[in-house]
Design a protein around this ligand. Structure first.
Ligand SMILES: [Zn+2]
Length: 467
């Protein structure tokens, strides 16, 4: 399989360190607020990548951190701790906020068919590991103490800007105007490994360390948690494109200085989801969450379909019109699949052939849009219904679109009331049939027909749709 590697800026053949096995790392959420669907685009595409690796025969171990301490409002270690901000906003403790938004994150993931990684580790459970790594970095001369914080010294590295496609000016600290530059830093992009005094005032969570009571910086957690669970050599590290600098750059600086060798071979970055005004953020415009989409009547999997329809390395523009188009395409596809009869022998050779075709097509730098197109080839192919269904079930292991489940019966602007009414009528009709009252059963069917509702008796039970 081939994948674009942000380190080399090329599409490369993916070769893991140990044949057949993949160690995969995903930067997890900072659990101070709901994730917006832009954040979730990254998790969604990373989920597809993980599933494709498994589909291609790899034994994958995927690790994700949960940031519940140390992430300040600017990624360059300035501003307020995001967790504290969340706690103040909601008059809760930091741990309550962490628990609430961690659960909310995984609820969203479940709705989007995003598999939970094999290992999920909150930053606050690894403090002793962070301290150990910082001690080693100090010993090796890659870190220094200043103003009672510990900083990583970026001038000690020959090539700090590993993803370096930006100029140093663009990489300046104080990206935001409302935050002041940290004068303890020797070099402008040095970053904090351990905070004590400088950000200490009302920090809720703090721990003893050789440098005083304090708390870890944000970047150190991913290095530590990654090495803790995946060992000294990581195969692929994932995140949103906005994590490239400074977060991933700093992760590499710390990890490789600590280990004394190259850490991770492939870096996978998912591009932004933009709204029509530009980059989506929590601070401006409508705050787009999975729950909001649901409130507006959208199936979360229609958003998954929308995301899969475009390439992960291109910015994707969100609008309700675009989402509506995806909803329609998704419904049409599911309806076509539902119409494939469950008949004929399953042709194992054809299933294998189509499996390999999918692995190769989508395995070309995660071409999910082509993967969706392949389904139409399957539908058109001269194969038995059961063979087609087997192939589509196989593809759905990667696509995660519940392609074989019954299509949504109601149309646009799905009316819960109507749905409940129809389902009650169907139940009534079922009972009538059970009691051999076929006259009543027919009357119910005609009643529904008059309301524009068609019901069909199928092997999986009664299905209905608008006429
Ligand atoms: Zn990270």
């Amino acid at each position: 399989m081939k994948i674009y590697n942000s380190l080399t800026k090329r599409v490369e053949e993916f070769v893991p360190n140990v044949e057949g096995k993949v160690g995969m790392y995903t930067c997890g959420p900072t659990v101070y607020h709901f994730a917006h669907i832009g954040n979730l685009r990254s998790y969604l595409m990373e989920d597809v990548l993980e599933k494709l690796l498994r589909f291609s025969g790899y034994d994958v171990k995927r690790v994700m951190n949960i940031t519940d301490v140390g992430h300040l409002s600017s990624d360059a270690d300035t501003g307020e701790d995001k967790m504290l901000k969340g706690a103040k906003r909601e008059h809760k403790t930091v741990m309550e906020i962490a628990k609430f938004y961690t659960d909310a994150f995984f609820d969203d993931c479940r709705k989007l068919n995003i598999k939970t990684p094999d290992v999920v580790e909150p930053a606050t459970s690894c403090i002793s590991e962070f301290i150990h790594m910082i001690e080693v970095l100090l010993e090796k001369g890659y870190a220094y103490k200043a103003g009672e914080n510990v900083y990583f010294d970026t001038s000690k590295l020959k090539d700090y800007y590993v993803f370096g496609n930006q100029s140093e000016d663009e990489l300046m600290v104080g990206v935001r105007d409302d935050v002041t530059e940290d004068t303890n830093k020797r070099n402008k992009n040095d970053f904090v490994l351990w905070f004590t005094k400088s950000k200490f005032e009302d920090q809720a969570l703090k721990w003893d360390s050789p440098w005083g009571v304090g708390y870890p910086g944000w970047h150190i957690e991913c290095s530590c948690i990654g090495i803790k669970h995946l060992g000294e050599f990581m195969d692929i590290h994932c995140g949103g494109v906005d994590n490239m600098f400074p977060h991933h750059t700093n992760e590499i600086a710390q990890s490789e200085s600590f280990l004394g060798h190259k850490w991770c071979n492939y870096w996978f970055h998912v591009h932004h989801l933009n709204d029509e005004t530009g980059k989506m953020s929590k601070s401006k415009g409508e705050f787009l969450t999975v729950s909001l989409l649901e409130q507006k009547g959208y199936d979360p999997l229609a958003y998954r379909f929308f995301a899969l329809s475009s390439h992960y390395r291109k910015p994707l523009v969100f609008s309700y019109e675009a989402l509506d188009q995806a909803v329609n395409a998704y419904k049409k596809l599911k309806n076509r699949i539902a119409s494939v009869p469950e008949e004929g022998a399953e042709d194992a050779a054809a299933v294998k052939e189509f499996h390999d075709k999918f692995a190769e097509t989508v395995g070309n730098d995660l071409n999910t849009a082509m993967g969706l197109t392949l389904i139409y080839d399957v539908l058109k192919a001269d194969l038995s219904g059961n063979t087609k269904r087997a192939i589509i079930a196989d593809y759905d292991k990667v696509l995660g679109l519940n392609l074989l489940s019954a299509p949504e019966s109601a149309d646009d602007g799905e009316d819960e009331e109507l749905k409940a009414m129809v389902e009650a009528k169907i139940e009534e009709r079922k009972n009538a049939k059970k009691e051999k009252n076929f006259e009543l059963a027919d009357r119910i069917r005609n009643e529904l027909l008059e309301m524009g509702i068609v019901i069909e008796d199928t092997r999986e039970g009664v299905k209905w749709h608008k006429a």
